[in-house]
Design a protein around this ligand. Structure first.
Ligand SMILES: [Fe+2]
Length: 444
């Protein structure tokens, strides 16, 4: 959140003012201050240890459990005070304005949840066995209110600031709904805390939430590992594109195209992720090809052509020890095989070629054709599709050509940004080993 517009300032100011009014003018009758203090501390702990998820800006916190427990134990105003404890969270990162907004948002959503709880017949105080199942309806209403108020206020602030929610979606477009659904799940822990309070007292939050914190810790480790993977793949990709600036952006687009095919054919999640890496790294073996060969503007000699044909093997040599690449390695090694057996490096045919490699081959050739080369301009998408169909069954697996075409016709395709090409060099090299329209060449 940079410098605020008047609209954003007014919006945030109004949210903060509404939260202050709820706490200042609400009814404090029957508020259990010891529960408020303990749950406030719990909320501070949750906020201070929020788990950073893969989209870098989104942090995950089980604060909803503390807030919903306070709705039952301390009523609307008590819950709003617990929500306002967000301001004491020790997590670094939020600016003072963000912190003020978050605090007000949690206070307001807690207050709203408390009011709905009362409205639906919920009783404030420690629930006993006789409170069930009657308490479930009012509690569910409170939980939904809490999540919806949060959702609306966050959407509002993203909209007025025009910022992103950290998932790549525009603030004016959407918000991570899955994150909010997980929030709704945490709300259920709130009822558990409230229900056990009469037996375990202040130790309840600890006993209920310890398993949750352990699970979050595991998720945080996983997220950190994923970020390390991303960094590794990006660094290798960057190295290839620094060396072969002629095909800048190609790896990312091949990755995107491969994922489109993978999703179209119903590949399961982990394999889609692996093929994304395979697309990014399919030409990593170019690091082992002499730069003057990659950037040569004239006709390649047989030796130079042979050096380029070695890049799938070189690629495998470079990344074979990277454990998480797993099935991606087969894609990197065989992405220039052809269905008719006339490809390289092994001359595999048909189903002998690993599935990843057959997928990559389609996306790779398509991106090459829709990119500008020194010996031809970028082909329009319909023309490149026609070319894929022409080579379907000889060079490409027909099933993956069909899948790619279906995905492109439905979702479209964003080709390279020609304006972003390196000055004077974008069309320098005279050879593109990915171009299916280039004549097939064998080394004698
Ligand atoms: Fe290649």
């Amino acid at each position: 959140m940079g410098k605020l517009s008047w609209l954003a300032g007014t919006y945030i100011g109004a949210v903060v003012a509404a939260a202050v009014a709820c706490i200042a003018f609400g009814s404090y009758a029957g508020v259990d201050w010891s529960a408020v203090a303990i749950l406030g501390l719990l909320l501070v702990a949750c906020e201070s240890t929020a788990t950073l998820l893969r989209p870098r800006k989104v942090a995950w916190s089980p604060s909803s459990a503390a807030i919903l427990a306070s709705v039952v134990l301390a009523g609307p105003v008590g819950a709003a005070v617990v929500g306002a404890c967000t301001m004491f969270g020790l997590r670094r990162g939020p600016s003072p304005v963000q912190r003020a907004f978050n605090t007000a948002m949690y206070a307001l959503s807690a207050f709203g949840a408390g009011e709905v709880y009362l409205l639906l017949g919920g009783k404030v105080g420690m629930p006993g066995p006789s409170s069930f199942p009657g308490i479930i309806g009012p509690f569910a209403g409170a939980a939904v209110t809490h999540v919806l108020v949060n959702f609306s206020l966050v959407r509002g602030v993203l909209w007025v600031t025009g910022s992103s929610d950290g998932t790549g979606q525009s603030g004016r477009g959407g918000l991570n709904v899955r994150l909010l659904l997980s929030d709704l799940g945490y709300c259920a822990y709130g009822l558990l805390i409230a229900a056990l309070w009469s037996v375990l007292g202040p130790f309840t939050p600890v006993l209920v939430l310890v398993p949750l914190f352990v699970a979050r810790w595991a998720v945080a480790q996983f997220a950190a590992q994923q970020r390390a993977y991303e960094a590794t793949v990006s660094a290798l990709c960057q190295a290839v594109e620094t060396k072969d600036f002629y095909t800048r952006g190609h790896s990312e687009r091949v990755s995107r195209g491969s994922v489109m095919i993978a999703r179209e054919i119903g590949m399961r999640g982990e394999r889609v992720e692996a093929i994304r890496y395979a697309g990014m790294l399919h030409d990593v073996g170019k690091l082992g090809v002499p730069t003057q060969v990659l950037q040569k503007t004239g006709k390649l000699t047989d030796d130079e052509y042979a050096a380029i044909q070695l890049h799938p093997m070189r690629g495998l040599d470079i990344v074979r020890e990277i454990g998480f690449l797993d099935e991606a390695l087969a894609g990197i090694m065989h992405h220039h095989e052809r269905i008719d057996g006339r490809g390289y490096p092994m001359g595999l045919a048909g189903d002998e070629i690993p599935e990843f490699a057959r997928v990559l081959a389609v996306a790779d050739a398509f991106d090459s054709m829709t990119s500008t080369r020194s010996y031809r301009g970028a082909r329009p998408v319909p023309e490149a599709i026609a070319e894929l169909r022409r080579w379907s069954g000889t060079q490409f697996d027909p099933a993956f050509v069909d899948a790619f075409v279906a995905a492109i016709e439905r979702d479209g395709w964003t080709g390279p940004d020609t304006a972003a090409a390196p000055h004077g060099r974008a069309t320098a090299a005279a050879h593109d080993h990915d171009d299916p329209t280039a004549p097939l060449r064998t080394i004698g």
